[in-house]
Ligand binder design. Structure first.
Ligand code: GLU
Length: 276
């Protein structure tokens, strides 16, 4: 017994010491709304979507969403070196915003009514639509309806394209992964027959592996990309909308689109009007 209480006492001491060491770090890691050191802004985005938002092997970030987020941060007073990026997988976006882990999210994030119950959206800053990616040698998937012929389809949990398949084609064998890059890997090695998400995202993957994949059929939804932010922060929403409008009007939007998505073969659309 004596040995026991001694053990638990020393455990408690160690615990307290560990806490004392950990606490200051915890405080820096989540200080202020939006996380990060107070002079930094934490922005959520994807890390694995070429053309849109990629964390490169050397640690730099690139893509259209990254450029849009960087422009907006600049208008909010944060130079690029004051940005702290945080990965925002599809299923975690509302949580990251609601828990103040990010100031805003630019991550191929469609504006929807159900999401708007939890977060606010600035934008839209891009309009695209859901489509299908298959291997180049595939000839029996020509559009959404052909998926019902016992095909295995991959999409991402918590995304609008996965939801659309569940609602509209309940007979399709849908596998939900955490990321689209995992879906594309599965497509490459034959574990799935097709990947579904927004056309711009699929085009980015197709461009990354020339000759391996093709997009089939016509887009079958409208996805309006917004910047997600804390519900009720109308001041921030107005500032982000002003920044997006300035980016569109100044030509910086077109420049960013051409640079990031031009190589994927998508012709530059008109920038969408920003909501009031
Ligand atoms: N735009 C869709 C969505 O927000 C699909 C892309 C994604 O999962 O990021 O769910």
């Amino acid at each position: 017994m004596a040995a026991m209480s001694q053990l638990s006492l020393s455990k408690r001491v160690i615990g307290a010491v560990a806490l004392a060491i950990a606490l200051p770090f915890a405080a820096t890691a989540c200080g202020g709304s939006g996380g990060g050191d107070s002079d930094k802004i934490v922005i959520g985005t994807k890390y694995d979507q070429p053309g849109l938002a990629m964390k490169n092997p050397n640690g730099t970030m690139s893509g259209f969403d990254v450029d849009v987020a960087t422009y907006v941060a600049g208008e909010l007073g944060y130079a690029p070196d004051k940005i702290q990026w945080k990965e925002a997988p599809s299923a975690q976006r509302e949580n990251l915003i609601q828990n103040d882990q990010v100031k805003f999210i630019a991550a191929t994030y469609s504006i929807t009514d159900s999401r708007a119950e939890k977060v606010d959206f600035a934008g839209p800053y891009l309009i695209t639509g859901q489509s299908l990616l298959v291997r180049s040698d595939s000839d029996d998937i020509t559009g959404e309806a052909s998926l019902e012929n016992n095909k295995i389809l991959c999409s991402v949990a918590g995304s609008t394209p996965a939801q659309k398949i569940k609602d509209k084609y309940p007979g399709v064998q849908l596998q939900q992964y955490d990321t689209y890059s995992a879906c594309v890997e599965a497509l490459k090695n034959g574990a799935v027959d097709a990947v579904t998400t927004d056309e711009v995202i699929l085009a980015g993957y197709a461009a990354q592996s020339p000759g391996a994949f093709k997009i089939v059929g016509e887009p079958f939804s409208e996805e309006r990309y917004g910047i997600g932010l804390k519900k009720g922060d109308s001041e921030l929403r107005t500032k982000i909308n002003d920044a997006l409008k300035k980016m569109e009007d100044s030509g910086a939007w077109k420049e960013a689109f051409d640079k990031n998505l031009g190589p994927a073969g998508i012709s530059t659309p008109q920038p969408p009007p920003i909501d009031k």
